[in-house]
Design a binder for this molecule. Sequence first.
Ligand SMILES: NC(=O)c1ccc[n+]([C@@H]2O[C@H](COP(=O)([O-])OP(=O)(O)OC[C@H]3O[C@@H](n4cnc5c(N)ncnc54)[C@H](OP(=O)(O)O)[C@@H]3O)[C@@H](O)[C@H]2O)c1
Length: 305
Amino acid sequence: MQRLTPDAQRLAAWSSHLLRDQVAVVTGAGRGIGRAIALAFGLAGASVACIARTEAEAQSIVDEINANRPTSGGSAIAMVYDLTNIPGIPALLSSVEAQLGPITILINNAGIAMVHALGQHNPNLFAWEKVITTNLTSPLAMMSCILPSMLARLRGTIVSIGSRNAAHDIPYTWAYSVAKTGLLKMHQIVEAEVGGRGVYNYYLQPGNVDTGILEREGAVDEVSLKGDGGLSKMVDMVNEARKISAEVVAEACVVLVTDEASRLLSGKYVDLEQDIEGILEDLRRGKGSECARRDLYRLKVESLR
Ligand SMILES: NC(=O)c1ccc[n+]([C@@H]2O[C@H](COP(=O)([O-])OP(=O)(O)OC[C@H]3O[C@@H](n4cnc5c(N)ncnc54)[C@H](OP(=O)(O)O)[C@@H]3O)[C@@H](O)[C@H]2O)c1
């Protein structure tokens, strides 16, 4: 896997139309991580469908990608859509294919956070459902719509933006963590079912990214905040944690799509906070690798024997 490069080098490298024959769908492309991914793909020459609910944000990233078209070759369309409308997803994707051609890359990025103290007052099940639908059901629906045609053409990459919450027990993050853990399991099942058939899929854990996701409306439960102080401490910790930029996550997505070495990571928990080059070096040892022997970078329950 190539090293992640700083901005100026990246822009220069990507002007070589690296993704010129690719059609990418990026959910949540209006801001934050999704915006950076859509821009990176556009600069690398892909045709990008930018999905978000906020029209002005979706249009803004599309305008930026299309403004770079003369040098990058990339282009974009805006698809203003609420991904919690699950039954409409097949028509949404048909519309993308009618405009751009067969989809070769799916980035399941759209997501919402919600933290709440379960021990203090009853969970808001409406909020639970919204998080599960946005962060888990919608990526599952997107993937299941796109996968058959990718398999038929023996070509495709699917990346879901996951979270370290799938591997760590972080209090107050109930719905969010359950959704992100389900998403990881979904990738493992996809790999078990169709791995080795030309479609590669990755659960990318980006670490803390400087997007302000916990500042969105409804992300932090106000009643729980006034409770025993535990939730507000947790929110402070997240806000003060070291952050990486969304552009670094975007670069990792370009690398996962373009670098054949990364295919060894298909179906796994790809942890941007770890030494990915070192993990790949180990995986190249095949069945004798530490990753294979200890079944690492997967969800599992260990037993004594
Ligand atoms: N920021 C972090 O530290 C961090 C860490 C680990 C993982 N992640 C994951 O990274 C992903 C992106 O997070 P972010 O920090 O970039 O968040 P963000 O800045 O709030 O951006 C989220 C994007 O998703 C879109 N979106 C949300 N709900 C949607 C819906 N129902 N339909 C269509 N689009 C929807 C939003 O646009 P609209 O509101 O206009 O729809 C927005 O474009 C999420 O899956 C998140 O869980 C983030």
